[in-house]
Design a protein around this ligand. Structure first.
Ligand SMILES: Cc1cc2nc3c(=O)[nH]c(=O)nc-3n(C[C@H](O)[C@H](O)[C@H](O)COP(=O)(O)OP(=O)(O)OC[C@H]3O[C@@H](n4cnc5c(N)ncnc54)[C@H](O)[C@@H]3O)c2cc1C
Length: 377
């Protein structure tokens, strides 16, 4: 029997844990190095579209519970609370929203169940194309495959010299989870996600559980009152007065931060690869950054199926990127384009959303990643 191949992964986020589980299930010995003292999610809630749900089902991660919120529409409203676009989802495109910590916990437990060794408090400071990860104190781990899943500021991407550009948006968001129920959304808001626009401010309401809601407050960096934390409730209520009962409930808030777009020359160098935000971060307008991290992580493991000689790994990595990258680039491009809507004058935005969202081709482009059948599912 050939010796087991070993993968070492930097980062226990959505991408790293998905790749780890999928590789372990294919017979690899897998170690994940996470710099935080524990596996911990940053952020409030997360949208998981059809593609993400298929991946979770394929790796056996259980995040959907009987009381998980399934939205049936993403409604767009203007500053007067008038509906701009009703945004109903087709029945074959599921969408759920869950607390981030629940998704990460489920991925962590699934990885451990598959035999993955997760080491916390382990910060990677460098990597090489020969599948090495470097740590402080001159320590190096070597393997057959390295996966850099260490997020936007990826040390692995930097060490491998793969970055083309890292661009930050003018727009950013503050995020909070508040107590709330469907009754808070009014009769015409039930079972929906509601995105509200006024000037350059955007307010997204996302039910999470029967008793919790996730709120995102989006504004440009020059909006001092909008971006300050603790939240300036008066400033946000003045933009969205009909939602004052929700804004009032905000206690802890994740401070404003901009979004990143990362573009790289290649997803790999030698026997080292990068996935997720490290390779293809995108603004969150389509709610697909985490979905794409899991999708590319699972596809990477599928690309390694049947490898017995590590010398075949670089070619397998090239084939993996060739197969997967077009969809990821498409999703990143459309997410960035959607972000431009924030900067249109209100009346232009209203017309732009009404007309473009009524176009089936535009809708199909926006939902292409969500409707995709990820490799390995
Ligand atoms: C406001 C906002 C809303 C979003 N909403 C959604 C959404 O609804 N749906 C969706 O799919 N996506 C969403 N995203 C995007 C999503 O959060 C990211 O795309 C996703 O977290 C990327 O996963 P990842 O595993 O690649 O990286 P990360 O989640 O960033 O995980 C990286 C991990 O690596 C660790 N790490 C970093 N550096 C090192 C190091 N040097 N050594 C060891 N470990 C290290 C980190 O601690 C972390 O645990 C949103 C993003 C933002 C900003």
């Amino acid at each position: 029997m050939p010796a087991k191949l070993r993968a070492i992964i930097s980062g226990a986020g959505f991408g790293g844990l998905t790749a780890a589980t999928a590789l372990a299930r294919r017979g690899w010995t897998v170690t994940v190095f996470e710099r935080q003292p524990e596996v911990r999610a940053a952020g409030s809630g997360i949208y998981i579209w059809e593609n993400g749900l298929r991946i979770l089902e394929a790796i056996g991660a259980n995040v959907v519970r009987p009381d998980t919120f399934h939205g049936r529409a993403m409604e767009q409203r203007d500053g007067q609370n008038q509906v701009i676009d009703a945004g109903e989802f087709p029945p074959d495109m599921r969408l759920v929203t869950v607390p981030r910590k629940d998704l990460l916990e489920s991925l962590k437990n699934t990885a451990i169940g598959a035999g993955v060794d997760i080491r916390t408090g382990a910060e990677v400071i460098g990597a090489s194309a020969a599948a090495e990860l470097h740590f402080g104190g001159g320590h190096t781990e070597t393997a057959d495959l390295v996966v850099g899943a260490d997020g936007i500021w990826s040390a692995v991407r930097r060490a491998l010299g793969l970055e083309l550009f890292h661009e930050q948006t003018v727009e950013g968001a503050l995020r909070a989870i508040i107590p709330g129920t469907q009754q808070d959304l009014g009769d015409n808001g039930r079972d929906k996600y509601i995105e509200n626009w006024n000037g350059t401010r955007r307010f997204l309401i996302t039910p999470l559980t029967p008793t919790e809601m996730y709120l995102a407050f989006t504004c440009p960096k020059e909006d001092d009152a909008g971006k300050i934390s603790p939240l300036d409730k008066k400033a946000w209520t003045s933009s969205f007065p009909h939602w004052s009962h929700l804004i009032e409930r905000v206690e802890d808030i994740i401070p404003w931060s901009p979004y990143s777009t990362i573009s790289v020359k290649s997803w790999s160098a030698g026997r080292s690869a990068i996935i997720g935000d490290a390779a293809h971060a995108q603004p969150p307008n389509l709610g697909q950054g985490g979905g794409m991290a899991m999708q590319i992580g699972l596809a990477l493991a599928v690309a390694m199926e049947g490898v017995t000689d590590r010398r075949d790994i670089p070619d397998r990595l090239s084939a993996w990127e060739q197969r997967e990258r077009e969809l990821v680039d498409h999703c990143q491009k459309w997410s960035r384009m959607y972000g431009e809507v924030s900067f249109l004058p209100d009346e232009v935005r209203k017309r732009a959303i009404t007309h473009t969202m009524a176009d089936p081709w535009v809708r199909s482009q926006i939902t292409r990643a969500a409707r995709s059948h990820p490799t390995g599912t």
